[in-house]
Design a protein around this ligand. Structure first.
Ligand code: GRF
Length: 201
């Protein structure tokens, strides 16, 4: 079995990326082979350097108006893409290059509280302002709209009277860390993505 090579796109601290790197550290099923960051100085780049994982800082023009980095990803034999706190919309040519092989995590129960502008604290503030009694995480395939592709997995947590955006963010991060790596693993194994890529050789 050839391990699948994962690329992680991230814009922020990269705590989810770290959990995914840890989860696949043995390299049997998959390996995190490339990190792509939307800005210099993002915490994710420190993780990449500490973990010795090649990293690229995306150039906006090339990403949106060029080839969407498809050539770069193919050249490095990337077979699966994970968006973990990545704030840019994915261009169509990149989505089409990875059908059923690109997932995102969103810190709320989609289809509510998703879409443009719904990221980070904005999401949790909106959930609290609406008086929701629960929130959670959604892992979904990526399509051409923000936070819109088919939902693969959700997990829930309570929103209490005393919750603030930051206490809720903390609960959500715990759910993300507990579930995201395992859901990626089951996608790679249950859908035979690993075997298909092994069969390629
Ligand atoms: C996560 O809450 C994720 O759901 C959202 O951005 C956050 C990224 O956190 N899309 P981190 O950079 O992985 O710590």
């Amino acid at each position: 079995m050839t391990a699948i090579r994962i690329a992680i796109f991230a814009s922020g601290a990269g705590s989810n990326a770290q959990k995914i790197i840890d989860h696949f550290r043995s390299g049997e099923i998959a390996t995190v082979a490339l990190i792509l960051a939307s800005k210099a100085g993002a915490g994710i780049l420190d993780i990449a350097s500490k973990e010795n994982i090649p990293a690229l800082i995306l150039e906006k023009d090339r990403f949106f108006r060029g080839d969407g980095y498809v050539e770069e990803l193919k050249k490095r034999d990337i077979g699966f893409i994970v968006l973990a706190g990545f704030l840019w919309k994915i261009p169509v040519n990149l989505i089409r290059a990875y059908p059923g092989r690109m997932v995102n995590i969103h810190p709320a129960l989609l289809p509510k509280y998703g879409g443009k502008g719904m990221y980070g604290a904005h999401v949790h503030e909106a959930v609290i302002a609406a008086g929701e009694k629960e929130s959670g995480i959604s892992i979904h395939y990526v399509d051409e709209l923000y936070d819109h592709g088919e939902i693969i997995f959700q997990a829930r947590c309570a929103v209490t009277e005393s919750d603030t955006a930051s206490s809720l963010a903390e609960k959500i991060h715990q759910l993300e860390h507990a579930h995201f790596p395992k859901v990626i693993e089951s996608l790679l194994t249950d859908q035979n993505i690993v075997k298909r890529s092994a069969g390629k050789a």
